[in-house]
Design a protein around this ligand. Structure first.
Ligand code: SAH
Length: 347
């Protein structure tokens, strides 16, 4: 088997064996990556046209009880000035997006666990009432099944929880001992069962990742059938245990995006901020490799520097309207435009 025929097989069958995935990740060359991007781009054009869904992200708190080795806002990083945005500020952030045709709001934060749930339920209800017809996505980490149910009942539509690695040994090298892959995967199962459009995903080039751990990720995503997949390069943060590890590459990240598109044609697949941090036109390259979502940042500029998950994370230095106009014109340079609407899975 060569890589190109494996990519063809993936397109025909939507799945590969673990051994095939492992071979593909260990053996692919630039030409295979370009071939996969062409196939993936064709698939996303057929399904979504040359339209990109946009989601406004509000990083509403950087407080976190977890200590993930890769993450700049981990508990042990004492150099971070911690913040919580008030509901009024969060609503105003969303309003700035709403006025610019953004119909999905992504609320992301560090992990504070159970005590945040009631407040976030109220916040979701408030957003749904203030912006009728909007979709709300949460990205607030691991919670119990009943807490996820409460958030769903409050009106949240989607949930992003990257699995980070489906290989148990690898997962344990990225997280403190009390964090278990089994628990993460249970959370993802619960989210699905409860009816969230659910997103998993990984960082490309995270420390100790290899072709075999990536094969595990592919097999997991193949079986789990997420509605969304978040894929970005690992980028070191200077105040974390992984500060001296190299960043993931643009090429590997784009290859992963393309493989995810070919495997799950309808999946919602963002060209992430981390991709744009790696290279200025990274997100456009992501679109050309099969991504169909971009997430403009609605977080107030005054706190964005305190939400640095990794070094040099892109900050918005202009009003939302200006940032959206810039996005529009950069998308136009590759023949794309912004889709107006919620952009649900399977729409
Ligand atoms: N606390 C929430 C959401 C915030 S982190 C959660 O854990 O789900 C969102 C994502 O940022 C993580 O899932 C991780 O994949 C990514 N991330 C964290 N640190 C990173 C780094 N150093 N480089 C690239 N991505 C990173």
């Amino acid at each position: 088997m060569d890589c190109r025929s494996l990519i063809g097989k993936l397109e025909a069958q939507r799945s590969l064996t673990r051994a095939e995935w492992s071979f593909l990740w260990s053996s692919y060359a630039a030409a295979d990556r370009i071939y996969a991007a062409e196939r993936a781009h064709r698939i996303s054009c057929n399904i979504f046209g040359k339209k990109i869904y946009i989601r406004g992200i509000v990083e509403f708190s950087n407080c976190c009880k977890n200590d993930c080795f890769y993450c700049g806002i981990r508990k042990s990083n004492r150099l971070v000035a911690r913040y919580n945005l008030s509901d009024e500020v969060i609503v105003e952030c969303c309003r700035s997006g709403w006025e610019n045709n953004i119909r999905t709001f992504v609320l992301q934060s560090g992990e504070v666990g159970s005590k945040a749930v009631e407040h976030i339920c109220q916040l979701v209800q408030k957003l749904k009432k203030t912006f009728p017809g909007c979709a709300v996505t949460l990205s607030i980490g691991e919670l119990s099944s009943s807490e996820y149910s409460a958030l769903r009942q409050a009106g949240a539509d989607r949930y992003l929880l990257r699995h980070e690695s489906a290989d148990e040994k690898h997962y344990s090298k990225l997280h403190p001992a009390y964090m278990k892959l089994k628990n993460r995967l249970e959370c993802l199962e619960n989210l699905h069962r409860i009816g969230f459009q659910t997103g998993c995903g990984v960082m490309l080039g995270s420390p100790f990742q290899n072709a075999d751990t990536l094969a595990e990720d592919m097999v997991f995503m193949q079986n789990f059938k997420p509605e969304m997949i978040g894929v970005g390069p690992f980028i070191p943060h200077k105040d974390t245990p992984f500060k001296d590890h190299p960043a993931g590459t643009l090429e590997d990240t784009l290859f992963m995006i393309s493989l995810c598109r070919i495997m799950h044609p309808e999946v919602l697949l963002p060209a992430t901020t981390a991709l744009g941090t790696l290279q200025q036109d990274g997100r456009l390259l992501g679109v050309l490799a099969g991504a169909n979502v971009i997430m403009p940042n609605l977080t107030p500029q005054s706190v964005q520097e305190n939400y640095n998950l990794y070094n040099n994370k892109l900050h918005t230095d202009s009003a939302v309207s200006v940032a959206i106009a810039q996005l529009q014109s950069s998308l136009a340079s590759i023949g794309y435009s912004i889709a107006v609407g919620r952009g649900d899975f399977g729409e």
